[in-house]
Design a protein around this ligand. Structure first.
Ligand SMILES: [Zn+2]
Length: 167
């Protein structure tokens, strides 16, 4: 399996028994379908271990705007999409196998958006108690979509974790 950015061989390692495919040339990583959720929480040992491992190889590449091919599927271009409703982090996803390619530093960015379960539960509790309706000022692009969201409470968590990480 080759790195879609540098064409070097991806190295398969197991992180907490989950296989991941690391590019030691650029610090990118390929994750099989449905395994990203094992690494998205920074407080989880697996997430922390993988970020530390990838940092050793972190390289700034010039051509990150180019589409990449899936390292598993022949001739399949991965689709660039936003990971969260806040449109902060973009990831590459294969329409064929559902695999995910993360460029150097993207896993860290993605982790920074996460709150842990306890924080989410506390926020949810406060929110349900204090707000019949939720109004967030100063984030017009989010407010525009507000009435389309079926789960306003979860949408609020996305915003809350984003704001928390700005400070
Ligand atoms: Zn694929």
């Amino acid at each position: 399996m080759l790195c879609p950015r540098t064409q070097s061989t991806l190295k398969k390692i197991n992180v907490g028994r989950v296989p991941v495919y690391v590019s030691e040339a650029c610090g990118g990583v390929f994750l099989e379908n449905q395994t990203l959720k094992q690494f998205e929480c920074p407080r989880d040992e697996r997430g922390e271990a993988l970020v530390k491992h990838l940092r050793q190889f972190h390289t700034e590449l010039n051509s990150l705007q180019h589409r990449v091919n899936c390292p598993v599927c022949d001739n399949t271009v991965m689709l660039r999409r936003f990971y969260s409703p806040l449109h902060v982090v973009e990831i590459d996803e294969c329409p064929g196998c559902g695999g995910i390619w993360l460029d150097a530093g993207e896993l860290e960015k993605l982790q920074s958006l996460m709150l842990n379960e306890k924080e989410r539960a506390l926020l949810r509790h406060d929110l349900m108690r204090e707000h019949d309706t939720i109004e967030i000022k100063g984030l017009p692009h989010i407010r525009d979509n507000w009435h389309k969201r079926s789960d306003k409470v979860d949408a609020f968590f996305d915003i809350a974790s984003y704001i928390t990480n700005l400070f």
